[in-house]
Design a protein around this ligand. Structure first.
Ligand code: 5GP
Ligand code: ZN
Length: 116
């Protein structure tokens, strides 16, 4: 999609600090990191979010990239969290499917914070 920011990153039309890339996905550092390591993995083909229409190959490519990113970022031993915010209630703000890889510091046990 022409004006989608993550499509623009995937095309090289918007600058980003790339971490990993293959034919199907590109991984780059989040512009507003919420952890010492905060990298996003996006499919090169635009999908708004996860849905039952999402090809299994795309899903596989996204998650296959996770351990590569973790290794490049030195998170293999210490561990990391993988998050997909999907749709409104999850506060997805960029409507191009993406996987967050977060790590570099010990996290608390809770996984969700609800709005008041
Ligand atoms: P969401 O809230 O949709 O799960 O995550 C979107 C993420 O994209 C946010 O963490 C936000 O900081 C990041 N982001 C938004 N715009 C840009 C950008 O132009 N470049 C990069 N690298 N990250 C972005
Ligand atoms: Zn897109």
């Amino acid at each position: 999609m022409e004006r989608c920011i993550f499509c623009m990153v995937a095309r090289g039309d918007l600058e980003a600090t790339k971490v990993y890339e293959n034919d199907d996905v590109v991984a780059f550092d989040d512009i507003a990191p919420q952890a010492p390591v905060h990298t996003l993995i996006v499919p090169k083909t635009h999908y708004d979010s996860m849905s039952s229409d999402l090809p299994l190959t795309t899903m596989a490519a996204l998650f296959e990239a996770v351990p590569h990113v973790a290794k490049i970022k030195g998170l293999e031993k210490s561990g990391y969290r993988v998050i997909v915010n999907n749709g409104m209630d999850a506060n997805q703000t960029v409507q191009h499917l993406h996987v967050h890889v977060l790590g570099g510091k010990r996290m608390s046990h809770g996984m969700v914070n609800f709005e008041e």
